[in-house]
Design a protein around this ligand. Structure first.
Ligand SMILES: *Cc1c(COP(=O)(O)O)cnc(C)c1O
Length: 373
């Protein structure tokens, strides 16, 4: 057990983000993406709070195992669970899970569709189809649309329960006729074609956080599929207009706070201190998910500007404060790596040329998650 090193997850802020989201998309239903342990925040408390406090009823996972875990841990809650990428529908174990645990696999290939339709057990099971409209990752391609409708006819399926596509570039500011527009146009065409063939599309969705933030793809679809924005950060990075709060705060404490002189060699590899100052040694390292890529990243402590200095260790990291930037710190004090202000995690990820998604997801199980309501 760690003391004073924790990821505090404030579920009130999840509610506030939800209220903000509702202003952008008042009419859409929400399929909340909670894959990867709710983006590192802890899936069970997040989903429980989303169902009980926010009345969200649909959740997106990446793997069958994640969905099964959710069902098993929250047996009395009413919600739908979708598995998106690691579907493995052809494995008997997975088929059994879908059928007996009310978990819906998202069908993203012709071979999975054939398997699904030809297996009698799935006869009355909701069919959820994902098309590739230009992301070129997963999804049935446009050229196979006719094959899809032929298969649906052959197996007397008149309904698609949820039709989906995923946007490749919604995290960039929208420009007319860009990739988002092209993907959206392709999606609209697919939906129209299916409907013209007499197939009912019950639900549809295309927008993830970046799109929702820019109010793209909302009017014509029943659903939206937000992930990141409900946890706080903007998918558009520092250019975003999203007013979320980071539901998490990463805290640790100062193990040691000591003076250093210019030229001193500090830590593994002996990084040379550029000028006189002080080092705060904090109780977080790559064993906790703070990667060595934090090296050189600027971080504030109150008004003082420091930086991750030298190599991040397995259990600790050095923060260097130059002489004119001495923070009001002593051993044992709490040190906040990121606060509930989304700018913190966005600045950190920007400096590391990564994305906020990665910084939270990579936090290991060694860091206790503490929930407040
Ligand atoms: C992860 C995911 C989302 C959510 O994306 P965010 O950028 O976190 O909003 C939506 N749809 C699909 C298919 C996904 O895999």
């Amino acid at each position: 057990m760690r003391y004073r090193t924790k990821l505090v997850v404030d579920l009130k802020l999840l509610g506030e983000n939800y209220t903000q989201l509702r202003k952008l998309a008042p009419a859409n239903q929400i399929l909340f993406m909670v894959k990867a342990n709710s983006y590192g925040h802890g899936m069970i408390p997040i989903v429980r709070s989303a169902v009980e406090q926010l009345e969200i009823k649909e959740f997106g996972l990446a793997t069958t195992g994640e969905a099964l875990y959710l069902r098993q841990e929250l047996p009395s809650l009413q919600f739908e669970a979708y598995v998106f990428s690691d579907v493995q529908i052809e494995l008997q174990t997975c088929t059994d899970i879908y059928l007996h645990q009310r978990i819906i696999p998202v069908i993203s290939s012709l071979s999975d569709l054939r398997f699904f339709l030809s297996h009698l057990q799935f006869r009355h099971f909701p069919l959820c189809l994902k098309f590739n409209t230009g992301m070129n990752r997963l999804g049935i391609v446009l050229n196979d649309l006719e094959l899809v409708t032929d298969l649906l006819k052959k197996y007397q399926r008149r309904e698609i329960y949820h039709l989906m596509s995923h946007l490749a570039c919604s995290s960039r500011p929208l420009v007319p006729d860009d990739r988002n527009d092209q993907q959206y146009a392709a999606f609209t065409k697919i939906k129209q074609y299916l409907q013209d063939c007499g197939i009912t599309v019950v639900k549809s969705s295309i927008s993830n956080s970046g799109a929702i933030e820019q109010q793209f793809g909302l009017k014509t679809e029943t659903h939206i599929r937000p992930g990141l924005m409900l946890y706080g950060p903007s998918s558009l990075g520092l250019a975003g207009s999203w007013q979320g709060k980071n539901i998490s705060r990463l805290e640790t404490h100062v193990i040691s706070f000591f003076p250093v002189k210019q030229g001193d060699a500090v830590g593994y590899g002996g990084a040379s201190v550029p000028e006189d100052g002080r080092i705060a040694l904090i109780a977080l390292g790559y064993g906790d998910g703070l990667s060595t890529r934090y090296r050189g990243v600027k971080i504030a402590c109150g008004p003082a500007q420091g930086e991750f200095f030298g190599r991040v260790n397995m259990d600790m990291a050095q923060i260097f404060f130059p002489g004119d930037q001495l923070p009001n710190l002593k051993e044992g004090d709490i040190f906040t790596v990121w606060s509930h202000d989304i700018q913190d995690i966005m600045r950190l990820s920007f400096q590391m040329e990564t994305i906020p998604y990665e910084l939270v997801c990579q936090l290991t199980g060694r860091i206790p998650r503490e929930y407040c309501y």
